[in-house]
Design a protein. Structure first.
Length: 313
């Protein structure tokens, strides 16, 4: 029979007071119940811990030897309880996040700034990666959660609605698209050479799906992994970039203009991505609330908040 922590607490209280009555009062139990716990502990250890008679209680030699070990166990358990409380209350811990660069350029830093004021002892570690890698890191448990787009059905993850982002065409000032309507159609853009993001990005996947549905062929002038690079290519005159509106936060738009594209298959929905089989971290949940608050506090943001309770099917 293994000693219980309750029995160890009973031993330490009696060892401190050397009186069963006072120890029972401290532990808020009856004296007979305390005696039972001490007897059970001595039985489990097969040694006598106290010399007892009607007049006094004293530690045996074995009791003296085990006292510092039991004190260490109690201290470790107190530390465990304190740490658990701190984690639950988000007073300490680490949040690991993988997120799309478009989100990390504005929303995440804003959330981090406010979160640091209320949770100064929480570390927030960010990995800005493409949509495919966001999901991969969540599934591998390299992060607590991701912020991205689910490109294909996947039972290993669960996605909570977070924000939507308009898709736009970015072009040089003076480009023929300046004379087009304020909101473009896809065929307005595909008449020109295009600058696209990499094939594993959410925008590229959405764009190719839209092209496949409409049966339109396009000329790809250049590809870029980062939106800031794509904007630089537009500035150099390589073509029109198809990017989320949040690209204005990811790179310089000096000398460029943009218009929203109205296409039913170019609707980008970004969610909070978790591994389906993994329990949520209390610290991570606190930071997710900070993310929602950050979006709601940005009236001029290119992102539009989605109700947290809605689930992406």
């Amino acid at each position: 029979m293994q000693p219980s922590f309750r029995q160890i607490r009973a031993f330490l209280s009696v060892a401190s007071h050397l009186k069963f009555t006072r120890a029972a009062e401290e532990l808020n139990i009856s004296q007979p119940a305390l005696t039972v716990q001490i007897n059970q502990l001595e039985e489990a250890l097969s040694i006598k811990l106290f010399n007892r008679n009607r007049r006094q209680v004293s530690l045996t030699a074995a009791g003296h030897d085990l006292l510092p070990l039991f004190e260490r166990i109690a201290a470790d358990m107190d530390e465990v309880m304190t740490a658990s409380s701190d984690i639950y209350q988000a007073r300490r811990g680490v949040v690991r996040i993988s997120a799309l660069p478009s989100v990390t350029s504005r929303i995440v830093p804003r959330a981090m700034a406010s979160f640091r004021q209320t949770h100064p002892n929480i570390q927030v570690r960010i990995r800005d990666v493409v949509a495919e890698t966001v999901v991969e890191m969540v599934k591998n448990e390299d992060v607590d959660f991701g912020i991205g787009a689910r490109l294909t059905p996947d039972r290993e993850i669960k996605v909570e609605n977070f924000i939507t982002d308009h898709v736009c065409a970015f072009y040089q000032s003076g480009h023929p698209l300046e004379d087009a309507k304020p909101i473009l159609k896809l065929n307005d853009c595909t008449a020109f050479p295009l600058v696209l993001t990499g094939k594993n990005s959410s925008i590229r996947v959405l764009f190719e799906r839209a092209m496949a549905r409409e049966g339109t062929e396009v000329e790809i002038a250049a590809e870029a992994n980062y939106m800031s690079t794509a904007l630089g290519m537009v500035r150099a005159g390589l073509g029109v970039a198809i990017l989320p509106m949040s690209a204005i936060d990811a790179g310089s738009v000096l000398g460029l203009a943009y218009k929203q594209i109205d296409a039913p298959w170019l609707h980008r929905r970004i969610g909070i991505i978790r591994k389906a089989s993994r329990s949520d971290s209390p610290v991570a949940e606190h930071f997710i609330r900070a993310l929602h608050a950050a979006v709601e506090s940005m009236p001029n943001s290119p992102f539009k908040s989605i109700k947290k309770t809605d689930l992406v099917k």
